[in-house]
Design a protein around this ligand. Structure first.
Ligand code: ZN
Ligand code: ZN
Ligand code: ZN
Length: 121
């Protein structure tokens, strides 16, 4: 029961708006698929081949999906990438407490301490 006639009018307006053609700039994955690179595992598609490649690696193969912007090497996790990027930025936050040596990765510092300072533990 609709006592308010104005609400049904707005409904009609909504329908007429939907019938308008979609903007060509909108990426419509249902149409013009020939322009898209598609994922061979699922329905994902993109105009950029690199996007699909990244998508496959991230979503399906579960392999390297983090790319270094300095040397374009790929890494399995963002953490690994972060550690790697220090090679380029020269960021060495791990300072040896026994000598002035600095390291970009904690495991390198640990190895250094064990090797050079021969700590009992
Ligand atoms: Zn996919
Ligand atoms: Zn790199
Ligand atoms: Zn040291």
């Amino acid at each position: 029961m609709f006592t308010n006639s104005s609400s049904s009018k707005s409904d009609i307006l909504e329908y007429s708006r939907v019938e308008k053609p979609l903007n060509n700039d909108v990426e419509d994955c249902h149409k013009s698929s020939s322009r898209f690179f598609t994922c061979s595992y699922c329905d994902y598609s993109s105009t950029a081949k690199a996007n699909v490649k990244r998508h496959v690696m991230f979503k399906h193969t579960g392999e390297k999906h983090a790319q270094c912007s300095f040397c374009e090497r790929w890494f399995t996790t963002n953490e690994q990438l972060k550690l790697h990027i220090r090679v380029h930025t020269g960021d060495k936050p791990y300072q040896c407490s026994y000598c002035p040596s600095k390291y970009s990765q904690s495991c390198h510092l640990t190895a250094h301490i064990l090797k050079k300072h021969k700590l009992p533990n």
